[in-house]
Design a protein around this ligand. Structure first.
Ligand code: PLP
Length: 422
């Protein structure tokens, strides 16, 4: 796979793209460079495009039932890449992970009940809890001096013991802090959840995006007991950029939990999945591996580029290999860039959504928001969208052609430096 295909710039304006076509309606200037929502600017893998053309060519789009080949492709992917075995009967197909989280909240909690999350975290977690009139129980992640986030286990246990949440929605790998949870961390969280009777919903939509030595561990593979106390949310939507086709595969191995979950979905009237989504998902898992491997190599290069502008937290200035939490190694292919803005990169172990730390610039958070939009001309996700713990941070999407990312990094650095020297 020649990863230079990811250098191609594809015009997306005028395609009804949430990322590109909604700036004005969301209060952003026209022409702003969008690096916010988790949506990649790359053309899909050829086998996916071919499968969609074939489905379109058939010309009949009636109700669709996934066949054995669909389940075969899904299971092989998770088994070969993550050692995760499950039976087809354990899979509940849904039109998206966020939809699935909301269904879990409704199926397994009552209004007023607590649901545990770890902020700063993907904001729809809070939304599905609050929209369903449940209570957020937050156990904030702890930011170490080395810039790496971790779990404050004392607080985690205290929240379980005192607030008695019935559900824990976990982001793994974690969006936006970029952690790929280690086995021992998952084990400790999972054991505590079992001890306090809390069901784990493990959102593993970013499982395929890991760098360097970091390897994603599926929560249910850590221990047999976790299989019975978890809902594992998977989807090809991030890995292959298929969010618009609306297919996700939710794995629930415990029969009683799955029955309860399915009945909640029935209550919302959803049944058969999207025909095109099924075709794309099967092709992605059957034949998309080489494309993904090329993509990961490309994203690792983009991370290096970003790290040359915004050195990784805790690394010496000039550090140039940020992937996989590695620190400076001389002789990178990335030329020395403008790295003096004071903005730092939180080490990226997984996801394509780095978390930029602006706290060292001493610019107030709201002013940074304003600088990004009105001076740098970039649309990032402001850190506070992920909870108050995100103050001083911005999330940037690096799944775009490298020339675009370079332009964005230049503009961000220049906007910050100009502001500081004013
Ligand atoms: C952690 C996480 N979960 C879920 C989603 C969205 O999944 P879906 O489009 O299937 O609802 C995203 C998208 O950014 C995400 O980052």
């Amino acid at each position: 796979m020649d990863s230079s295909i990811f250098d191609n710039i594809i015009e997306r304006r005028g395609t009804g793209s949430l990322k590109y076509d909604c700036a004005a309606s969301r209060g952003f200037p026209d022409g702003i460079l969008p690096l916010w929502v988790a949506d990649m600017d790359f053309r899909v893998a050829d086998p996916i495009a071919a499968a969609l053309r074939a489905a379109a060519g058939h010309g009949i789009f009636g109700y669709t039932v996934p066949d054995d080949a669909y389940y075969g492709a899904l299971r092989s992917w998770w088994c070969e890449r993550f050692g995760y075995h499950f039976e087809p009967r354990s899979v509940v197909i849904t039109p998206g992970v966020v939809f699935s989280l909301a269904q879990a909240v409704r199926a397994f909690t009552e209004p007023g009940d607590g649901v545990l999350i770890q902020r700063p975290v993907y904001y729809p977690f809070s939304e599905v809890i609050e929209c369903n009139r449940r209570k957020i129980v937050n156990s904030p992640l702890a930011l170490g001096d080395d810039g790496r986030y971790g779990i404050d286990f004392e607080d985690f246990e205290r929240k379980l013991a005192e607030e008695r949440p019935k559900l824990f929605i976990m982001s793994s790998p974690h969006n936006p802090v970029g952690r790929v949870w280690e086995r021992w961390e998952l084990e400790r969280m999972g054991d505590l959840c079992i001890a306090y009777g809390c069901l784990v919903v493990s959102d593993e939509v970013h499982a395929d995006f890991t760098y360097g030595e970091n390897r994603h561990t599926v929560f249910a593979t850590v221990k047999d007991a976790f299989r019975e106390n978890s809902i594992v949310c998977t989807s090809p939507s991030k890995t292959f950029n298929l969010a618009g086709l609306q297919v996700s595969n939710i794995v629930i191995e415990d029969n009683a939990l799955r029955r309860r979950y399915k009945s909640e979905i029935e209550m919302s009237g959803y049944s058969q999945p999207n025909t095109m989504g099924v075709a794309a998902c099967r092709a992605a898992y059957e034949e998309g591996g080489p494309w993904l491997d090329g993509l990961l190599e490309y994203l690792a290069g983009n991370l290096d580029l970003l790290g040359s502008y915004f050195p990784v937290v805790g690394a010496a200035r000039g550090a140039d290999s940020v992937c996989g939490n590695q620190q400076a190694e001389a002789g990178s292919h990335v030329p020395q860039a403008r790295a003096g803005s004071g903005v730092r990169l939180v080490p990226v172990e997984g996801t394509y959504l780095p978390w930029l730390d602006f706290r060292g610039t001493d610019i107030a958070h709201s002013r940074v928001d304003d600088l990004m939009v009105n001076e740098a001309g970039v649309w990032l996700d402001s850190g506070t969208m992920f909870g108050p713990e995100g103050e001083g941070f911005q999330r940037i999407n690096i799944a775009c052609p490298r020339s675009i990312l370079r332009k964005a990094a230049e503009s961000i650095s220049a906007a910050v430096e100009n502001h500081i020297s004013e």
